[in-house]
Write a protein that binds this ligand. Sequence first.
Ligand code: SAH
Length: 500
Amino acid sequence: MRHFPLFLDLHGRTVAVIGGGEVALRKVRALLEAGARVTVVASELHPALAAECTDVLSLENGSLTTGSVQYVQAQVSVDVQALMVASWFQEAWFIVAATDDTAVNAAVAAAGDRAHKFVNVVDDAAHCSAIVPAIIDRSPLLVAVSTGGTAPMLARRVRRDVELLLDAGLGRLAQFFARWRSRVTAMVPMPSQRRVLYDQWMDGEVARLVRDGREDAADAALAASLEPARVSSGQARSSSGHVTLVGAGPGGAGLLTLAGLQALQSADVILVDRLVSAEVRAMARRDALQIEVGKEGGGHSVTQEEIHRLLVHHATQGLHVVRLKGGDPFIFGRGGEELLCLRAAGIRYSVVPGVTAALACAAQAGLPLTHRNVARSIRFATAHCRGSADDTDWASLAAETDTLVLYMAVAQCARVQRELLVRGRAGSTPVAIIENGGRPEQRVVLTVLNQLTTAVREQAVCAPALLVIGEVAAMAGELHWFGAAPVLYPSQPIMQSISA
Ligand code: SAH
């Protein structure tokens, strides 16, 4: 190991930054965030750095304190002896050389070595006695990544990857456990027993409650699990499970949210809809049991009641169950029914939104759902009414909305066309039919309302597909950017450009 990793407490300690340019400015800001008193030594200052060189407010432990940047206007010497007697040099605990003059940087490094002070020379590993890592900041949790100055680009990539793995709630979690630490140590003196407990808390309900912003409940859960009988029997893990409804988005893993990814990676059991792509399913924890509950060939392979039973069954075993749905769980996804069932069973739940088909299809087809002077309102509706009378309010669908997005409507397109026309929507209203939106095989057919049924038939549109009805639909003709260009039906240019 070429470098010894170390975290410095710079609060109230002086750090000298040599150089007055943009690189120096970045370093000054980072040092101020760590509470350092900064002395900038340079012959002249970048204007933004000059602005910083007054008293600066910095946030420390949640309260505002005055940090400071002091400016020493000087031509920095390349004479090591002269450097060592300068008062700014003598006062500094740590020195950052951020000039583009290699002779100055080398002299500062040499002076640091002679005076036993650590020096970081920006982008010059050979002259550094201290290097600065890339960091992932979830204060008080801090992850530092370094390649020993040899490959900063690689460190940045690793940093990005780790950044994705560590959710933003970890800082809060660290603070929560810091608050409990001495009490836990007093009550459970044996380190091995404590380790088991902490693992159980972090994998279980306590951490979930903290993440969901319910620290009071987390305190209660942790306190309950500290009862001596439960600790000694190893039963500290809360027995109540948890269900997370996760919106998987339209297909590609890129449109899954980070929160969705994290839920998938901590799941014990995953109940998956058919609309969820293999790509998203592959992101789940390897050990998780995946159960397919999707609809096959138009029929329900697993009834909604059976899904409810499975959710309750697995959660009451104390497991983390993820209910993974295409798009967003609360948009034509029966998410509400599932939560009502969980609530009735007294099972805790949380919801991670997903990119719903309307948003994904519109973005990927190049079709803005609202557009100045063209569309100011959107309506998401479905024309699907399995097993119930058609109580769709066609009059309001035809009248009120600028952009009408219809889910599960392709099989009903004849009725959609007829009802909207009867209620006065113009036959020339543009319609975009988006099949497999957001997936590599995406297909967009652009037509007009009085041609909708013929277009669906002639183009053999398949599920899943979405209808976007309204003037904005025509814009996909011009703005498309993803996959194959839209098919115009009929093929002559039927739509005028409205982007002008
Ligand atoms: N909860 C989902 C919708 C489920 S209903 C969401 O928020 O997206 C299923 C309907 O969604 C399909 O019939 C289709 O109309 C639409 N849909 C879902 N994914 C789609 C996709 N990739 N492309 C086009 N339409 C899609």
